[in-house]
Design a protein around this ligand. Sequence first.
Ligand code: AMP
Length: 195
Amino acid sequence: MSLRSVCVFCGASTGRDPVYREAAERLGEEIARRGMTLVYGGGAVGLMGIVADATLRAGGEVIGIIPQSLRDAEIGHPGLTRLEVVDGMHARKARMAELSDAFIALPGGLGTLEELFEVWTWGQLGYHAKPLGLFEVMGFYGKLGAFLDHLMNEGFVRPPHREMLQLSDSASGLLDLLDAWRPTVVPKWEDREPR
Ligand code: AMP
């Protein structure tokens, strides 16, 4: 079954270089071109606003999920297909995950990483079996990839869990990878010593 909706985590800032904005635009356009729904944090600022605007401009559907407390700070996007206002950050992440068939992180800051890692750990524990990937822009995620390999090489992350995270510097390439991904069920706790 092909993916119908994708959640995009990304910066509430645009970053210094225009390449980040361009990547957010390309991703939004590709999501719309494929007839997929964009699910995201609902803000109008930073790369969040850019990916939402690009999807809408290209005729796609966009659902935003924003906590009441952030509605003013991130300026809840006024032109979305649907904006859901929720109680807090936990409710936002749970709702975004519920509505999405896959997850992508564009470049971003602490919030972006937090959202990506939470959904990845949920996958690792078998709470969901949905694909996730990084949209690579000018080597932005290279150092994180190297550190993740280090965690695996040091025996803290199992190879199949490391490999859950796809990576591409092209919007269509990344969506193709996510579409083709099939879960392999590997228990997190396989190597636990019996008591
Ligand atoms: P950032 O990557 O820091 O620019 O944040 C991007 C998005 O993540 C914004 O929508 C923030 O509201 C959200 N965010 C920030 N901190 C957190 C957090 N602790 N948990 C979940 N989302 C967050």
